[in-house]
Design a protein around this ligand. Structure first.
Ligand code: AMP
Length: 286
């Protein structure tokens, strides 16, 4: 197991990427906030299948947290993260400081409309501005051919696709499927905040999403299927921020012409906010 090369500055990272590119290697980046779990590692594996020089970034990005959110408490364990990445044989890890990413006097923002509107933004209006800014900076710092993001954060993936297209960034954006625990709960660095009782309850979220899709397959109307899902979650002690069926491509509300859809949910158990989503398309008339 070789320790990956670690870079803390954009200049050093760029130099390394330049060498890899000169060697004709296809370069991939997997951005993360660390506290790595199998969901993150699946993105790295997918990157390794599609590129020959793979980097991960670990950066807890302050601009995507509101002052009342968990920026300070967000789990950080660089040594454990680097050991996991080393085991996969990753080539490089970018570990910038906040000062490297946002030096004194920093005064620029990236604002996205379209898929960034509502859902997550209704509860976290600052969030996608922060994500768009840091991902723009990471893509420009690392200059990869390919960057991989999880479908677990489906709205985030749509937002990233939107600004990469709008700003003509020369990078391919790939989505990777959500990795789940044995009971179906989507893996998340924040799951460790759940009390044992809430961790047990949390598995109801994907069960309810799957049941809604089954009801839709069976012909239940969308508003009824969603209302029933919200009722079940509330009965089990969830506070539901949203549970909605949207266009998988644009995240606009669905109409009769929408073919590919996404069921998206955010719900809180105690102080922990869980998000999840699943794909749905109308069964073909037989
Ligand atoms: P984070 O560290 O939470 O910012 O996530 C970094 C990347 O990992 C994002 O692209 C996430 O969508 C992705 N990710 C997080 N959890 C999962 C999961 N359970 N399955 C697949 N990808 C995930």
């Amino acid at each position: 197991m070789t320790r990956p090369r670690i870079f803390e500055t954009i200049a050093a990272l760029r130099k390394e990427v330049e060498i890899a590119r000169r060697d004709g290697r296809r370069i991939a980046l997997v951005p993360t906030m660390g506290a790595l779990h199998d969901g993150h590692l699946s993105l790295v594996r997918s990157a390794q299948e599609r590129a020959d020089f793979v980097m991960a970034s670990i950066f807890v990005n302050p601009t995507q947290f509101a002052p009342n959110e968990d920026f300070d408490a967000y789990p950080r364990d660089h040594e454990a993260d680097i050991a996991k990445l080393a085991e996969l044989g990753i080539d490089a890890v970018f570990l910038p400081t906040v000062g490297e990413m946002y030096p004194k006097g920093f005064a620029t923002g990236v604002t996205v409309g379209g898929p960034a509107r509502d859902l997550e933004s209704a509860t976290r209006p600052h969030f996608f501005n922060g994500v768009a800014l840091v991902v723009t900076k990471l893509l420009l710092a690392a200059l990869p051919d390919l960057a991989i993001f999880g479908e677990k954060d489906y709205q985030q993936l749509c937002v990233i696709r939107q600004f990469v297209r709008d700003l003509n960034m020369p990078v391919e954006i790939a989505g990777a499927p959500t990795v789940r625990e044995g009971d179906g709960l989507a893996m998340s660095s924040r799951n460790r905040y759940l009390s044992p009782q809430d961790r047990h309850k949390a598995a109801l979220l994907p069960v309810v999403l799957r049941d809604i899709l089954k009801a839709l397959d069976d012909g239940t109307h969308v508003p009824e299927a969603l209302a029933d899902g919200i009722r079940r979650l509330k009965e089990d002690g969830f506070e539901v921020d949203y549970l909605e069926l949207r266009s998988a491509e644009t995240l606009a509300p669905v109409d009769d012409a929408t073919a590919e859809m996404r069921l998206l949910a955010a719900a809180r158990l105690g102080d922990t906010r869980l998000i999840d989503n699943m794909a749905w398309s109308k069964p073909r008339a037989s």
